[in-house]
Every structure is written in structure tokens, then in C-alpha cells.
Design a protein around this ligand. Structure first.
Ligand SMILES: Cc1ncc(COP(=O)(O)O)c(C=O)c1O
Length: 438
């Protein structure tokens, strides 16, 4: 008998998940059983309305079911849904790749399409190794790059890696440019940038055999707790990489597609990556990843060496093209920049009332609020963060939580959210902070 029999549809959905869906995450949060979504609004199966300030983990940047994206996907459904892109050519796939070459920085030109961020990162690692003939990778502490074996190997956070090891070797870690918590006893961002860039060189010299293919980093670190590197960090790191002939892979899975107030997060930092990985916001919710590289790097994989059956799905590619058009027409990166600045100011203003707020940081609508039980010791207030997320959900606002200790509130709404929506999020957040502070 199905678990759902004789139950309300809400309870039935939860029962089916508990019994038949392999997922470790829903155990940690009270699930919302979603029936429909539009823009920045989600309705559950009983009609309750939620303001979505997490965008399906930073995916629906153009809003849930943007009409132009949906129309493009529906039109493609009537043409062809699957043709195995690497055997047959479908025009829309080539067009999507051409669009990515147009909008990404520098000489990034050729795209390998996959289906998830992790698959995109795996491809980037393989490309870097094939092109350089070298084998080791430098990554950052606090990073997150996915849940496959190789992407967990380069993830710098034990909270994500438990019970999966040992992971592939040949990975070294340098400290994240995490200004609020840094091992250099300074609160000067530029000193953190300088020291952390020196530590990349240190990692090359003392943790590897010198056979380093690539350095990989998220331009703004998401799961690690919304960590924004100081302005000069990537320029300084790039100097080190160039001196050692090491490629730079930008993991834009979470920071891409307007999220940070520019189309791509790395554009804030004045350097050009050799390989860039895109997923999440690329097609406004349709599954797709893109690993885009300079042509000579992309061409280092020989025919047949790398392939993904579903990679470059025509419906997802049609959605991606429409999504890019929407980003440009509606100036979503600019909207994110303006709305994010206002939101960060509003949250900073709350700091004087709530000692729980240790730090507020972000770029565009990728915002983190780090909670601490005591501003001096900076002890992570993880339980309070979980309670605030639950309170917000009860009040109809969905937010995320991140950071290794789960003490960073994450506000990453669809970029189309309006000012009234953001004001409501601030009101509910204020109520939540009051509740857990009392
Ligand atoms: C920066 C970053 N890289 C890679 C991934 C993995 O993406 P996916 O879950 O689509 O495999 C994520 C997912 O959260 C991410 O935030």
C-alpha cells in the first residue's frame, strides 16, 4: 500500500518522501510541500503563500517560471526533447553555447554541457589536467564544489565530506579569504588578501609535488557562509598562478547569472578565469551546467574522451537562451546590485539592536548574516540560526542557512523580488531576531 493512502495531500507527500525518496536533507528542515511557484512567491499544497528568499538554493534568479523562459522551453518541447548532443547536433545547443561565449568574460569560448554543478566541476578538473599535463589541484578551505567523489575531494569543509572518504589525492588547500574569521589577527581586508594569496604559493610549495594543474575558487563562496573576498585577492592570486603556470577555474555555479550584481561574480575582481563553471541560475530552474574554457583548453579533450548522455538537453538550452535574454532586457544584475545594497544597509542597521549579528556581508542579492553568541569570542550561534529559519518559515518567508557551523543566514531571493517583498523579509527577520534574543 502506498504510504500516501488515506492521508491529506500534504501529509501524503511528506510520507512518500520519507518512504521512497533518498534524501538526507529534508530531515534537517520542516519541508514546505510546494504546489506552485511564480516570481518570488511559492504556494504550498494547502494554499499557504511563502516569500521565497532562497530561490531554490540560488537557482531561479529570473524568478520562478519566468514567462519568457517557460515559453521558450514549451516551444522546444514541440521540436525535440533529447537527441544526445554529442552524437547528433541540435541547433539550439550550439546557439546556447554561442550565447555563453558572448556573455562570459575574456576569451572563454567553448562549452561542455552537463546536468549539474558537480558534473560541470568534474569536467573543469579533467580539462585542466588534460591541457596542462599536470595532475594536482589547489582549492580553498570553506569551499563547496559538489557531492561527487572528485568534487568532495576539493571541497574544504568536513561538514560536507563526512563518511565518504578517503577522497582522491592530489588536492591541497589554502585558507579562504574570510575576513571576519582569519588566522592573521587582522581586520584589514587587504592584509587578509595579501596573506591568503601568499598562502596559495605556500600550498604549492609545501603541500604539493609542484605538479599543479589548476587553482579553483568560488568568486563569492556560497555554502561556506557567503564569503566575499577582499577586492585585490584574486588579482594577487592570479600573479602567483601565472608565475607557476597554473590555470584558474572560477566556480560560478552559485555566484553566476546576476546573483552578485554583475552577470558573473569574478567580474568584481578584475581577473579572467581560464575555465568557468556555470549551473544553478543558468536556465532559471531547468537542469543544465556549462563548463566554458578558452578554445585551446577546451580542445585538449580528444573526441570521445568526455561525454554526458543528457548533457546539452535542448529544452534546457532553449530555457538558458531565454534566461540570458531576460537577464539583459530586465537588467537583472543591476537590479540585484541596487536591491542588495539596500538590503545590506537595512540589516546593518539591525546590528545595534541585536548583538547576535556578528557580521553582514554580500554582493548583490547574495547576502550572509553571521550570527554569534558573543561578538568578542565570535562563538557561532548555530542553534539560533536554525530557530530563525524556522520562525521565518512559520511567518511565510523562506531563507537559507550556511557556513561550516550553520550559523550564517543566507538571503538569496530571485532577483526579480520587489522592494515590498524585501521590506517584508526584513520585518520578519527582525521579528525572528527579537524572538530568539529574548
Ligand atoms: C559553488 C558551488 N559549486 C558546485 C555546486 C554543486 O552543484 P550541484 O548541486 O548542481 O551539483 C554547488 C551547489 O550548491 C555550489 O554552490
Amino acid at each position: 500500500m502506498p504510504a500516501s493512502e488515506g492521508k491529506t495531500s500534504h501529509d501524503a507527500a511528506i510520507a512518500d518522501y520519507r518512504e521512497y525518496v533518498t534524501t538526507s536533507f529534508v530531515a534537517a528542515v520542516e519541508p514546505v510541500v510546494v504546489a506552485r511557484a511564480e516570481g518570488a512567491t511559492v504556494w504550498d499544497i494547502d494554499g499557504a503563500e511563502y516569500l521565497d528568499c532562497f530561490a531554490g538554493i540560488s537557482v531561479v534568479n529570473a524568478g520562478h517560471r519566468h514567462p519568457k523562459v517557460i515559453a521558450a522551453a514549451k516551444a522546444q518541447l514541440d521540436q525535440v526533447v533529447h537527441a544526445a548532443t554529442y552524437i547528433y547536433h541540435v541547433p539550439v545547443v550550439g546557439e546556447a553555447a554561442k550565447e555563453l561565449a558572448r556573455i562570459t568574460p575574456g576569451k572563454l569560448q567553448k562549452t561542455f554541457f552537463g546536468n549539474s554543478g558537480a558534473e560541470g566541476i568534474e569536467t573543469a578538473l579533467r580539462l585542466a589536467k588534460a591541457y596542462t599535463g599536470k595532475s594536482e589541484i589547489i582549492s580553498l578551505t570553506h569551499s563547496f564544489h559538489g557531492r561527487t567523489n572528485a568534487t568532495l575531494a576539493i571541497t574544504g569543509n568536513k561538514a560536507r565530506k563526512t563518511r565518504g572518504g578517503p577522497y582522491p589525492s592530489g588536492v591541497a588547500f589554502a585558507p579562504a579569504p574570510y575576513v571576519y574569521r582569519n588566522p592573521f589577527n587582522t581586520d584589514d581586508p587587504e592584509v587578509v588578501a595579501e596573506r591568503c594569496a601568499e598562502m596559495v604559493e605556500w600550498a604549492i610549495n609545501y603541500q604539493t609535488s609542484g605538479d599543479v594543474a589548476a587553482f579553483i575558487a568560488e568568486p563569492v563562496m556560497g555554502e561556506g557562509g557567503i564569503l566575499v573576498p577582499p577586492a585585490s585577492y584574486f588579482r594577487r592570486v592570479k600573479e602567483v598562478l601565472d608565475a607557476y603556470g597554473i590555470l584558474f577555474i572560477a566556480d560560478e555555479v552559485q555566484s553566476g547569472f546576476g546573483r552578485t550584481g554583475k552577470l558573473f561574480g569574478i567580474e568584481h575582481f578584475g581577473v579572467e578565469p581560464d575555465i568557468m563553471v556555470l549551473a544553478k541560475g543558468i536556465a532559471d530552474g531547468f537542469p543544465l551546467s556549462a563548463t566554458i574554457a578558452r578554445a585551446e583548453i577546451a580542445d585538449s579533450l580528444k573526441p570521445g574522451e568526455h561525454l554526458s548522455t543528457f548533457g546539452g538537453n535542448p529544452v534546457s538550452c532553449a530555457a538558458a537562451i531565454a534566461n540570458i535574454q531576460v537577464m539583459e532586457e530586465e537588467q537583472l544584475p543591476e537590479q540585484a546590485a541596487r536591491k542588495g545594497e539596500r538590503l545590506i544597509d537595512q540589516i546593518w542597521e539591525m546590528q545595534s539592536e541585536f548583538p547576535l549579528i556578528g557580521d553582514v556581508r554580500g554582493l548583490g542579492l547574495m547576502i550572509g548574516v553571521e550570527l554569534v553568541t558573543d561578538r568578542k569570542s565570535k562563538t557561532p550561534a548555530s542553534k539560533q540560526a536554525a530557530r530563525i529559519r524556522a520562525y521565518c518559515r512559520e511567518q511565510g518567508v523562506l531563507i537559507g542557512v550556511g557556513g561550516q557551523q550553520g550559523n550564517v543566514l543566507r538571503l538569496q531571493p530571485p532577483l526579480v523580488i520587489d522592494d515590498a517583498g524585501l521590506d517584508r523579509a526584513v520585518d520578519v527577520l527582525t521579528g525572528a531576531l527579537r524572538e530568539v534574543s529574548s
